[in-house]
Design a protein around this ligand. Structure first.
Ligand SMILES: [Fe+2]
Ligand SMILES: [Fe+2]
Length: 148
């Protein structure tokens, strides 16, 4: 089966990824909102997997997640370019590597080669350090250009 009964253990009802302004803010409202939306989508996928067991919904949500992630990256890259942020190329390279990897995982999932949870787990494991380390490096530069 594409999903398996969750192993006994902590209740899957616990939120998968709760965005917190204290923990995750990058200090630029538009990007904080994007990150929060990605966190909500990740949690919705987790719920669809564990509680609804709805493959069609999971596929639809994963497609939205990948599209929204790509749109968020494009937006960050555009802004970094506009303000002449010095580390924009390295930052964009991290984005491309993630999108490449996530597309490979998604294809594997569609063929039944990996567990459905691999994608949200991978994104959560990737997104949090990216937000907290790489994204935060642009904060000072963006704020100097007037972004809040
Ligand atoms: Fe970001
Ligand atoms: Fe980023």
């Amino acid at each position: 089966m594409w999903f398996s009964k969750p192993a006994p253990g902590p209740e899957p009802a616990a939120p998968f990824f709760v965005w917190s302004s204290e923990e995750h803010t990058v200090g630029v409202a538009v990007f904080d909102q994007d990150h929060e939306r990605l966190a909500v989508l990740l949690s919705r996928i987790n719920t669809a997997l564990h509680e609804k067991h709805d493959r069609a919904l999971v596929l639809k949500l994963m497609e939205s997640l990948i599209q929204e992630t790509q749109a968020h990256f494009d937006h960050e890259e555009w802004v970094m370019e506009q303000v002449g942020y010095a580390e924009r190329e390295a930052h964009a390279a991290e984005h491309s590597a993630l999108i490449q990897e996530v597309n490979i995982l998604f294809q594997k999932f569609q063929k039944g080669g990996i567990s459905a949870l691999a994608i949200p787990n991978f994104l959560k494991a990737w997104l949090i350090p990216h937000m907290k380390v790489t994204d935060r490096k642009y904060t000072a530069c963006l704020r100097r250009s007037g972004l809040r």
